[in-house]
Design a binder for this molecule. Structure first.
Ligand code: DAH
Length: 327
C-alpha cells in the first residue's frame, strides 16, 4: 500500500498538463470514476484492517486533494485565455444596484429620537395591541370617555377588552410600572383610530411620546424641553402653550407652532396626573413628572411642506425618492 501511494504521488507531481486534452487525461488517470488510480486505491483500502484505515484514509484524501488542486491551478492559469471568456469585457463597469432611502416619517422619527437621546432620554418600544388598562384605565381615562367609543377604537375583542392602541401614552404605564424613578423615556410607534381617511387624518398614524419623572420636575422643565425639541427641529420658531385637557395630565396644554401665518397644533403635554402615578405605584408626594405626545405625520407635513398625509402611504417612488437623510 505504501509503495503504491508513493508511486501515485510521484506520478501526480510529474504529470505535465499543457493542454485541455492533457487535463482530461490527467483527470481520467487519477480521478476517473471507474478506473482512476485513486478510486482503485480506495477499493483496495476497504480490504485493510479498520485500525489502518484511519491512517490510509487521510493519506488517500490528501492525494485526491493534490490532484484536484493541479486541475484547479490549470483552470486558473488558462481559462482566461479561453475563447469564451475573452468575449467578456472585464473593463465594463458593473451594474449598479439602486439603494432605497428612508421613508420621510422614519427620517423625522429618527431625528426626534436623536434629539432626545442627546438629553439623556432612554428609547423604548411598546406593543401596538393593548389591553384596556394600559390604554385607558391606568391613564385615568374614564369608562364614558369618547375615545373608548366603538367608533374611535379598533377593538380586537371585548370582555376582556383587547384593542389596537389609540395612542403611545400606554407606553408610559408599561414603563412606569416596571421602573423606579428617576427616568426619562421616549417611545415612538404606530397608533390606530377608527377615522375616515382624508388629507389630514388616517386610521393609522405615528406618535412620539416622552415622559420624565424625578423629584421636583416642574412645568418649566416641560416648557424648556419642548422648546429644545422645536428649535432642534425647526431652528428658530414661534410656539405657544395653550391650556387644554387630557385625563392623564394636570395641568395640560397643547403646543402650537406658528407657520404660514397661522397657528398649527403639534402636540399635547402636561404634568403627569398624581392619579396616574398612583396607578403605577409611584409616590406623587415624592415624585412629579411631565409627559408629551406628538403626531409624527403632522410634524413631517410642516417640515417638508406636504399638503396631504395620504401621500406618505402611497408608496410612490417619485415622492419617496426626494428624501435624503443622515438619519
Ligand atoms: N395621548 C394624547 C393623544 O393621543 C397625546 C398626549 C397628550 C400625550 C398629552 C401626552 C400628554 O403624553 O401629556 O392625543
Amino acid at each position: 500500500m505504501d509503495k503504491k501511494i508513493d508511486q501515485i504521488k510521484k506520478e501526480i507531481k510529474s504529470f505535465h498538463i499543457k493542454t485541455y486534452n492533457d487535463l482530461e487525461a490527467f483527470r481520467i488517470k487519477f480521478l476517473g470514476k471507474k478506473k482512476g488510480m485513486l478510486i482503485v486505491l480506495f477499493k483496495e483500502f476497504k480490504k485493510i484492517s479498520i485500525y489502518k484505515r484511519k491512517i490510509y484514509g487521510k493519506i488517500i484524501n490528501e492525494l485526491k486533494k493534490e490532484a484536484q488542486n493541479k486541475i484547479n491551478v490549470f483552470h486558473l492559469k488558462n481559462d482566461i485565455k479561453n475563447e469564451k471568456l475573452l468575449k467578456v469585457d472585464p473593463t465594463i463597469p458593473g451594474q449598479s444596484i439602486e439603494i432605497g432611502g428612508r421613508h420621510p416619517l422614519s427620517i423625522i422619527k429618527n431625528r426626534i429620537i436623536d434629539i432626545f437621546i442627546k438629553i439623556g432620554f432612554t428609547y423604548v418600544d411598546g406593543p401596538e395591541i393593548e389591553d384596556d388598562w394600559h390604554n385607558f384605565t391606568a391613564l385615568n381615562i374614564p369608562i364614558f370617555h369618547p375615545s373608548r367609543d366603538m367608533q374611535d377604537t379598533f377593538f380586537l375583542c371585548k370582555n376582556p377588552d383587547v384593542l389596537l392602541r389609540t395612542h403611545t401614552s400606554s407606553v408610559q404605564i408599561r414603563y412606569m410600572k416596571k421602573h423606579i424613578p428617576p427616568f426619562r423615556v421616549l417611545s415612538t410607534g404606530k397608533v390606530y383610530r377608527n377615522e375616515t381617511i382624508s388629507s389630514r387624518s388616517n386610521f393609522m398614524f405615528h406618535q412620539a411620546e416622552g415622559f420624565y419623572i424625578d423629584k421636583k420636575v416642574s412645568f418649566s422643565d416641560l416648557k424648556q424641553t419642548i422648546h429644545y425639541l422645536i428649535t432642534s427641529l425647526f431652528g428658530e420658531a414661534k410656539i405657544r402653550f395653550r391650556p387644554s385637557y387630557f385625563p392623564f395630565t394636570e395641568p395640560s396644554a397643547e403646543v402650537d407652532i406658528y407657520c404660514n401665518s397661522e397657528w398649527v397644533e403639534i402636540m399635547g403635554c402636561g404634568m403627569i396626573d398624581p392619579q396616574v402615578l398612583k396607578n403605577v405605584n409611584i409616590d406623587s408626594e415624592i415624585y412629579s413628572g411631565f409627559a408629551f405626545g406628538l403626531g409624527i405625520e403632522r410634524l413631517a407635513l410642516i417640515i417638508y411642506k406636504i399638503k396631504d398625509i395620504r401621500i406618505y402611504f402611497d408608496n410612490d417612488i417619485r415622492f419617496l425618492k426626494q428624501f435624503k437623510s443622515e438619519f
